[in-house]
Design a protein around this ligand. Structure first.
Ligand SMILES: Cc1cc2nc3c(=O)[nH]c(=O)nc-3n(C[C@H](O)[C@H](O)[C@H](O)COP(=O)(O)OP(=O)(O)OC[C@H]3O[C@@H](n4cnc5c(N)ncnc54)[C@H](O)[C@@H]3O)c2cc1C
Length: 252
């Protein structure tokens, strides 16, 4: 228990240090990228395609950083590795400095971007349960696609947490993956669904508590806003998941 408390207390500092190291080592390599696509996914989530003048190489789960309002902001790459274009999905935050710019940006605008970076990734070759809320599912989606396309046959479950049906996105993409790969199950956990919802009602943490016996002995991947990640990590460790089988990334 002491270990859990210490880990969750100090982790934000370690994570900030890691991100700072990424910035300082890569800052000289900033590229000018151009918005080549913009799509509205929900009332507060948008998708951007950013095209770079040089080829970009990255691993599923990695993020790029954009220079917005004089500061760097990280966004996870949703697309599969491609030579010149990356897709990112952004939750627009009320009053957020970067969100304000991204809400009004348009095709043809340029942004400074640091190339893909980060250590969040899927080990592969083992059954996994991936848990994300809102745009936290983006690295999980990229990792799932890559591992399934690489031939993974072990059971994979994605728990996608959102408030209501109106806050879900990439449902068509996830449904297509589920149809193609029978070892993938996607469960949408809606905390406040609107009328007509026939799926699971409750948070991802409720689902984990009720259904943990079906999911134990898997590797858990967690991605969300940092307070949610810390809550889920504490819950999973208490439920008996080994520290080495719990891999997470959180948004600052
Ligand atoms: C490794 C990494 C990957 C990331 N990937 C993505 C991604 O794929 N998509 C994405 O949308 N974001 C992602 N983020 C978060 C992103 O970098 C910004 O933090 C986010 O867009 C908010 O920036 P902002 O300037 O608009 O808000 P700020 O001006 O920085 O914040 C305004 C206020 O909102 C709060 N806030 C910020 N974000 C949230 C949130 N999500 N939920 C609740 N409160 C919040 C802040 O604490 C602050 O009080 C990632 C962050 C990291 C570290």
């Amino acid at each position: 228990m002491v270990y859990v408390v210490q880990y969750t207390t100090y982790r934000p500092l370690l994570y900030r240090l890691m991100i700072t190291v990424c910035y300082s080592t890569d800052i000289a390599h900033a590229l000018t990228t151009t918005i080549t696509g913009k799509r509205t996914l929900t009332s507060s989530v948008i998708e951007l395609a950013l095209t770079s003048p040089v080829p970009l190489h990255y691993l599923p789960g990695q993020f790029v950083q954009l220079r917005l309002a004089g500061e760097w902001r990280a966004y996870t790459v949703a697309s599969m590795p491609d030579d010149f274009t990356v897709i990112i999905v952004i939750q627009l935050i009320d009053g957020g400095r970067a969100s304000k710019i991204l809400a009004t940006c348009k095709v043809g605008d340029d942004f400074q971007m640091l190339p893909p970076n980060g250590w969040f990734g899927c080990r592969g070759g083992e059954a996994a349960c991936m848990v994300g809320t809102s745009t936290g599912i983006i690295p999980l989606y990229a990792m799932l696609r890559a591992t399934l396309e690489a031939g993974e046959t072990k059971a994979l479950t994605l728990l996608f947490g959102a408030r209501s049906q109106q806050h879900l996105f990439y449902v068509d993409e996830l449904t297509a993956l589920e149809k193609r790969y029978k070892n993938l199950t996607v469960i949408y956990c809606l905390s406040k669904p609107t009328a007509g919802w026939a799926g699971y009602e409750g948070r991802v943490s409720d689902y984990l508590r009720k259904h943990f016996s079906e999911l134990k002995n898997r590797t858990f991947y967690v991605s969300a806003w940092h307070e949610t990640v810390e809550t889920l990590e504490t819950q999973l460790l208490r439920l008996g998941v080994a520290r080495g089988d719990l891999i997470s990334e959180y948004y600052d």
